[in-house]
Ligand binder design. Structure first.
Ligand SMILES: [Zn+2]
Length: 403
């Protein structure tokens, strides 16, 4: 069976070392290269959609998380506070409190809204050791997160736009959602806010889901509001939430967030919590399995390996330098038989291998081998780089450009 933990080890994407602690995986260079490409893509997608990126620290004073409600409603899932001098510090379980402070950093008017505050930030959850495994369940989480502060009448369009961005990101990454879920309050759990507020938030999310097939999941809401969850299923058949959109009327009140409307009156914004692709850990646990390690070329850790034959190391080196200058992640493999090196490249899921022999070197050409076994006739080196560059730029799941 496909298991991202085994593939992660074989492809040297990440390592879980008991000395570092369970649920605290370390990203190795290949895994980090793939993640970096995905992070850059998501940041650019958000930037074009009007998001403003920030940085905030993964811990803060206890009082911040008392105000946010996390210590009152979510303490069981948090690491215990740390004492330092007169203060107590908490590893944050979510980014929302810091982003509320970003909103509050200056006065806001209706012209500032929607204000979309985004961050790929660290957060921590005190998961019990029995449920930890690989990247899918971890204690240190790097979340693709944002909080969109908007007027109540903007919520519908804002949520619809978020769902559009989620679909775009899924298409580029090769995520195949298993379904949409409307997560609602359940009995016996702790929730903030009155029934009327919950009903209003639920109505807004139902309206945003108009035309989308979804299931309802009582008991899966956040403690502060209902949410739309986009589910994926891993190779073992376990379902997990990847992307999410949540409505929150509570935190704007707790943090006393406000804006001045066009008439000069002070009003309270709505806070929409959203993640397009979830945490980098859960996302890659899923992507490794769904692609069996063979990522689309645009985020493959190594995109091209150059294979010199019959003493063509110099020509191969020049081609590799050109590929690197063109922005590709490239390596040269000079040792062993050609057949073995082509197989090694395919086993490492490298999308393209470029063979440079005397005939190719004399013509300034290379012969491309694809990881799926296809072999292309020799083409000029520049044309080979243009072909790979086109596939990468299109974020295509295929290794050849569309005809
Ligand atoms: Zn949040």
């Amino acid at each position: 069976m496909i298991d991202h933990r085994r593939l992660g080890r074989e492809l040297e994407l990440f390592v879980s070392d008991p000395l570092a602690g369970a649920g605290l995986p370390i990203w190795l260079p290949a895994g980090a290269a793939a993640r970096h490409a995905v992070e850059e893509y998501v940041r650019e997608l958000e930037r074009r959609a009007g998001y403003r990126h920030v940085y905030s620290p993964p811990l803060g004073r206890r009082e911040l998380f008392e105000l946010s409600g996390h210590l009152g409603y979510f303490a069981d899932d948090m690491f215990p506070p740390m004492r330092l001098g007169a203060d107590e510090f908490v590893l944050r379980p979510a980014l929302c409190p810091h982003h509320a402070l970003v909103y509050r950093a200056r006065g806001r008017s209706y012209r500032d809204l929607p204000l979309r505050v985004a961050e790929l930030g660290g957060m921590y959850r005190a998961e019990r050791s029995g449920v930890l495994g690989g990247l899918s369940r971890v204690r240190a989480i790097s979340l693709n997160d944002a909080h969109n502060f908007c007027m109540l009448e903007q919520v519908g369009e804002e949520v619809a736009e978020i769902l559009r961005l989620i679909r775009a990101a899924h298409a580029a990454l090769g995520v195949r959602p298993a379904g949409f879920r409307l997560s609602l309050r359940g009995p016996g759990e702790k929730y903030v806010g009155d029934d009327a507020r919950w009903a209003r938030a639920e109505d807004l999310l139902r309206a945003a889901l108009d035309g989308v097939e979804f299931t309802e999941a009582p008991g899966e809401a956040a403690f502060y509001g209902p949410k739309i969850d986009i589910q994926v299923v891993d190779a073992a058949g376990r379902e997990a939430t990847l992307s999410t959109v949540q409505l929150d009327f509570d935190k704007p009140e707790r943090f006393d967030l406000s804006y001045t409307d066009s008439g000069g009156a002070r009003r309270r914004p709505v806070m929409v919590h959203r993640s397009l692709v979830g945490s980098m850990e859960r996302l890659f646990g899923y992507l490794i399995e769904v692609h069996e390690g063979a990522f689309p070329a645009w985020y493959a850790p190594v995109q091209l390996v150059v294979l010199p034959v019959d003493g063509q190391a110099e020509a191969a080196g020049r081609f590799a330098a050109d590929a690197a200058a063109a922005g590709l992640r490239v390596e040269v493999d000079g040792g062993g038989s050609l057949g073995a090196r082509v197989r090694d490249a395919a086993r490492a899921r490298v999308p393209y291998a470029a063979v440079v022999g005397p005939r190719e070197a004399a013509d300034g050409a290379v012969s491309l081998r694809l990881r799926d076994g296809r072999a292309l006739p020799p083409v000029p080196a520049g044309a080979a780089l243009a072909l790979i560059g086109e596939v990468v730029a299109a974020r295509s799941p295929d290794l050849l450009p569309a005809p």
